[in-house]
Write a new protein. Structure first.
Length: 161
């Protein structure tokens, strides 16, 4: 069992403790994105493509408006990325059943396969870290990351659980 008295006191975090947390996030994100970045580069894509593929896969039938709210990018940026993903056959747009003006986004079979490839290393990294850390640490990790997410997106995280 972990010694609860070791490490920084969460009530009195020093600047050095905060900087250490920031540094760990930078290194973790670098390593977390390395494999997907290399796959994306082979296809002439970037991280924006990965985020679109991921969130469309997580939310089949998502509207462009909803995707814009998640990604917090401009309509123009999303349009460029979506156009490329549609042209390459990774995403398809379907007309809304209630509102025909809506464009509902879905991964194609090729898109689902690409999403799996891009996320495989990431899932393995998270699974390994979760196993090594244990259930209490995972619960704490979730609380910390949720605390870093803007309030408006916390409800979205809860819906996805």
């Amino acid at each position: 069992m972990a010694d609860l008295n070791s490490g920084p006191n969460p009530l009195f975090l020093r600047d050095e403790d905060l900087r250490e947390g920031m540094e760990m996030l930078f290194f973790a994100y670098r390593d977390f994105t390395a494999r997907p970045d290399s796959i994306l580069a082979e296809l002439g894509f970037g991280r924006a493509h990965h985020r679109v593929i991921y969130f469309v896969g997580r939310n089949p039938g998502i509207t462009v408006k909803e995707l814009l709210a998640i990604l917090k990018i401009t309509k123009q940026s999303l349009a460029r990325v979506l156009r490329q993903l549609i042209e390459k056959g990774y995403i398809e747009q379907r007309q809304g059943t209630r509102d025909r003006r809506q464009r509902l986004l879905h991964l194609t079979q090729a898109g689902a396969e690409l999403e799996w490839r891009l996320s495989e290393d990431q899932r393995e990294r998270i699974a390994r870290a979760y196993r090594e850390a244990g259930a209490d640490a995972v619960a704490g990790y979730r609380r910390v990351l949720t605390g870093m997410v803007d309030e408006e997106d916390r409800a979205r995280l809860k819906r996805n659980r």
